[in-house]
Structures are given as structure tokens and as C-alpha cells.
Design a protein around this ligand. Structure first.
Ligand SMILES: [Zn+2]
Length: 484
């Protein structure tokens, strides 16, 4: 037991089942005791004799580490809902990137983006995210919202040298502005220096050049150098659409991952978004071994299962990437921003693609959502319940309608839990969600604001669409309206 006294309140958590960390992995500690002092866990075991200020009775509950969500866009993703499902153009291999997202983004004003950030705080807390990695453009606003809601966050202001667009719904073109990319890079570094370590260390920064096909080699080289010298994660959307894969092969004669390897971009600070359309995958139909390059470099993948499987596209396969030695983490990317859903769909789609129920297990997805993400962040004080770790803790009800019968706590969380079963969330030693409700987020007000934001967006999508289509043409209603 280590006991670095932070002088804070000492809280005892009596847990019926504690998912505790020992010997390099998670272990099941039945009738365990977790002692939190200040923002740290100072003791984990079967008993504790010392003085405490307060006791949380979780004897009828499951105590787990908080989940680390490694890929999100809080300023936009809530407005994917009710819009982006059940549509997708064959020309773009069903990706929503080239038609649906530009139309959505054009319809979003600043107030809508802020409403999305505020709304996301409650959604993340209710579904188990304690550390969020956010890629967006409202870093300062997001940092304020995170500080108020009580989350832990890594925040990046994204930047790029160009943007894609489609002039006709048939092909993807690129409009370049190298100087804007470099200015965005300088602003992103200034942002990190300004916010890193604020909110008692809960807020940190990272770098996110946006996409492999919209950043020049020079911008990526500068980003990699800065990430290494600053010791911050380096995110990049990579191999996220068949069009992008083909574009990189056309430009360089290399897969996106091979090209990143060639220019020296890959390394242990990488958190590559998606990496779905790779050499050897059925959507690429292109020879090569991208997974070996990623594994050799120690790069990590932020796997966001839902944004792809919703379009009929799956990683081939989650267990195959693990077997290849790639450090796999989980993110939400789109709506819903739920790590419960991310773990469940990752496990199940992984089994389907591997045609093997014994792989892509509850252990694999829970490790991805905790320890693997902490490894990528170079943080041995996150993603685990152990002395010296930050007190980021979830308490799940174990006798609810959905959680009984309970024999294996992780199987029930991954395959059966609902957000209602998550009763208490502690982050940095502070309770931020209790009785299933976030304490520092006005759930009703933020939900109303995001509804209004959606209504404004739906009426404006035509301004961002190449064919000037309205909302019902871009995203046809599921059923026709009643006729009198
Ligand atoms: Zn993304």
C-alpha cells in the first residue's frame, strides 16, 4: 500500500465486487475495500483499519475503474442523431464524410456547437466515460464545460492543410491552404501550453492534425516532432474511408498506414482514428500488412465501432488487430457517445467478423476501454483501481432488472447493463454523478438546447450540400407522414 497523503478527505468504498488492478491486469476482488484520499486511490484490499471521513456503501454494487473514450467530436456528434442513419452513397462506399457531414456542419452555428458540448457532458457521464479525448475547434469552451461537469479530458483543437468536398456527388476533390494548416498547428500548440494541467490536472491537451488525406507531409512531420518533444498524444484520422484509401494509393502508391510509416509519423504517442480500410481488408482489396507496421511502431488505434457498423462496414477484425499486437482502444466518434454501447458493439461485431465467439471478449473490450487507453496516454495512474491511481471510479447497481442474475460482473456490464445501472461516478476523488444523475450538468436545459440546435441545423443543411438538397431529401423520413 502506498500512501501519498494529499491532505484531502479520506473516503472508504465498500464494494461487493471490485474490479481491481494487480499483477499487470484487472482482477475480481470480492467484498473489497477501496480507500480514496484527495484525488487518489491510496489503498485496495480485503480490509482497511485506518480512520476515514466518510464511507460509501457499495456492498450491493460493482466498483470499476472509469472508462477512457479516445475519440470524440463533442461540438458536432450529438446532431448526427435522427439525421445520418440509414443513408449513404454507393459512390462514397457509404461513408458519411463527403455528403452528410458537410451539410450538417454548414447548418450549425456557434450556439449549436456549444449546446452540443454542454449536452455531451451529461451523456458521457451517464454512460461511464471519465476521461474523454475531444477533437474539435472549441477547445476553450470545451475546457470550461469539462471543468464545470467534473470530467477528465484531453482536448485538441484540430487543424489541416486542406479540406475535401464533392462538386457533383461522384468524386472527392481537395481544396488546399497550407498556410491555414500551419497557423492551425501553431494555435493548437499555444492552446495546449495554455490549458495543460488546469482543473487540478484534469485537463490536458494533445495534437490532432485532422485526416491523413487532408494534411501535407510537412504538417504531419511538424506535428510528430511537436508531439515527441511535448510528450502529448498525436491523433490522426487514418484509413477511415475507401475513397481516402484509394486517394492515398493514387498519390503515393502506398496505403495510408504505409505512407505514415514512410514519413516517420508512426510511434507510441499515436492514437489513429479508425484504421478500418487497411491493406488486406475487403473494402480495400489491396495487398500489404498495415497491422504489422502499426504494431512495430507501438501505435494505438481508436476503434469507433458504431460509426462504421451503422453503415454496414466493420473492422476485419477487432480480435485480429489485437492478435497482430496493435494497442486497441475504444472511442465513440458519433452519437450515441456511450462507452457501454462501444464496448458491447465492439465485442459482438468482433465475434461476427472473426466467426469465433471465444474471441473479442468482455475482457478484451474492457481492457481496451481502460488499460490500453492509459498505456497510449502514458498514464499508469488511469484506467485502474490501484494505489497511486487517480480516483476515477464507477459504481454499478448489481440487483437491477437488467443486471440480475449476476455471476460475472464484467459480462453483465458489457452485454447487459443500461445507463440506469450506472449509479455513481467519481472523478479525481469527487462525486460528479449520483443516483444516476450528473450533479453539475443541467440535463433538462442541455437537452432542450440540443433539440433547438437540431431544429436550426435541419432547416439549414441545403447550404452545405453540393446539390442544395433539403433535410427530407438528404435524410428521408423513416415512414411517410399521415394523410387526412
Ligand atoms: Zn473522428
Amino acid at each position: 500500500m502506498s500512501s501519498v497523503s494529499s491532505g484531502g478527505e479520506r473516503i472508504r468504498i465498500d464494494g461487493g465486487v471490485v474490479v481491481a488492478y494487480q499483477g499487470g491486469g484487472h482482477r475480481i476482488l470480492t467484498d473489497g475495500v477501496v480507500i480514496v484520499e484527495g484525488n487518489e486511490i491510496v489503498h485496495v484490499g480485503k480490509a482497511f483499519d485506518g480512520r476515514v471521513d466518510r464511507t460509501i456503501d457499495a456492498r450491493n454494487a460493482i466498483v470499476t475503474p472509469g472508462l477512457i473514450n479516445t475519440h470524440s467530436h463533442l461540438t458536432e456528434s450529438p446532431l448526427d442523431k435522427s439525421y445520418i442513419e440509414d443513408v449513404g452513397r454507393r459512390q462514397f462506399y457509404y461513408s458519411g464524410l463527403f455528403e452528410m457531414l458537410p451539410a450538417r456542419s454548414a447548418g450549425m452555428d456557434l450556439e449549436a456547437r456549444q449546446a452540443c458540448v454542454d449536452y455531451s457532458m451529461g451523456e458521457l457521464l451517464r454512460t461511464g466515460t471519465t476521461t474523454i479525448m475531444e477533437i474539435g475547434g472549441l477547445g476553450d469552451y470545451t475546457a470550461q464545460a469539462v471543468e464545470k461537469a467534473g470530467l477528465r479530458a484531453y482536448i485538441a483543437n484540430g487543424y489541416r492543410s486542406g479540406r475535401w468536398y464533392t462538386p457533383d456527388g461522384r468524386r472527392v476533390d481537395y481544396a488546399w491552404d497550407e498556410e491555414a494548416g500551419k497557423q492551425g498547428f501553431r494555435n493548437a500548440i499555444e492552446f495546449i501550453e495554455r490549458i495543460d494541467g488546469t482543473a487540478n490536472g484534469r485537463i490536458k491537451g494533445f495534437l490532432s492534425p485532422a485526416q491523413v488525406d487532408t494534411c501535407t507531409e510537412e504538417l504531419l512531420r511538424l506535428s510528430k516532432q511537436a508531439s515527441d518533444s511535448m510528450g502529448v498524444p498525436l491523433a490522426l484520422h487514418t484509413s477511415q474511408s475507401t475513397n481516402e484509401f484509394q486517394e492515398m494509393v493514387r498519390r503515393h502508391g502506398r496505403t495510408p498506414v504505409e505512407w505514415l510509416h514512410d514519413i516517420g509519423f508512426l510511434g507510441e504517442w499515436n492514437i489513429l482514428g479508425h484504421v478500418i480500410i487497411i491493406a488486406g481488408s475487403s473494402w480495400a482489396q489491396f495487398a500489404g500488412n498495415d497491422l504489422a507496421l502499426l504494431a512495430d511502431a507501438g501505435a494505438s488505434v481508436a476503434h469507433c465501432v458504431w460509426v462504421f457498423c451503422r453503415r454496414g462496414i466493420a473492422m476485419e477484425s477487432f480480435p485480429a488487430y489485437i492478435a497482430a499486437g496493435v494497442n486497441m482502444t475504444l472511442g465513440t466518434d458519433t452519437a450515441p457517445q456511450s462507452m457501454i454501447e462501444a464496448m458491447r458493439w465492439t465485442a459482438v461485431i468482433g465475434k461476427i467478423m472473426a466467426r469465433d465467439t471465444s474471441r473479442s471478449t468482455a475482457a478484451d473490450v474492457f481492457n481496451a476501454a481502460t488499460l490500453n487507453a492509459a498505456k497510449m496516454l502514458h498514464r499508469d495512474d488511469l484506467g485502474r483501481i490501484a494505489p497511486g491511481a487517480k480516483a476515477d471510479i464507477l459504481i454499478w447497481q448489481r440487483d437491477s432488472l437488467f443486471m440480475v442474475p449476476l455471476r460475472d460482473a464484467l459480462k453483465n456490464i458489457v452485454y447487459n447493463a443500461t445507463p440506469e445501472d450506472l449509479r455513481t461516478v467519481m472523478i479525481d476523488g469527487r462525486i460528479v454523478l449520483d443516483n444516476g444523475a450528473p450533479l453539475f450538468v443541467d440535463a433538462a436545459a442541455t437537452s432542450r438546447a440540443v433539440q433547438f440546435a437540431g431544429e436550426r441545423m435541419w432547416s439549414e443543411v441545403q447550404s452545405g450540400d453540393w446539390a442544395r438538397r433539403g433535410i427530407d431529401e438528404l435524410s428521408p423520413p423513416t415512414f411517410p407522414a399521415w394523410r387526412e
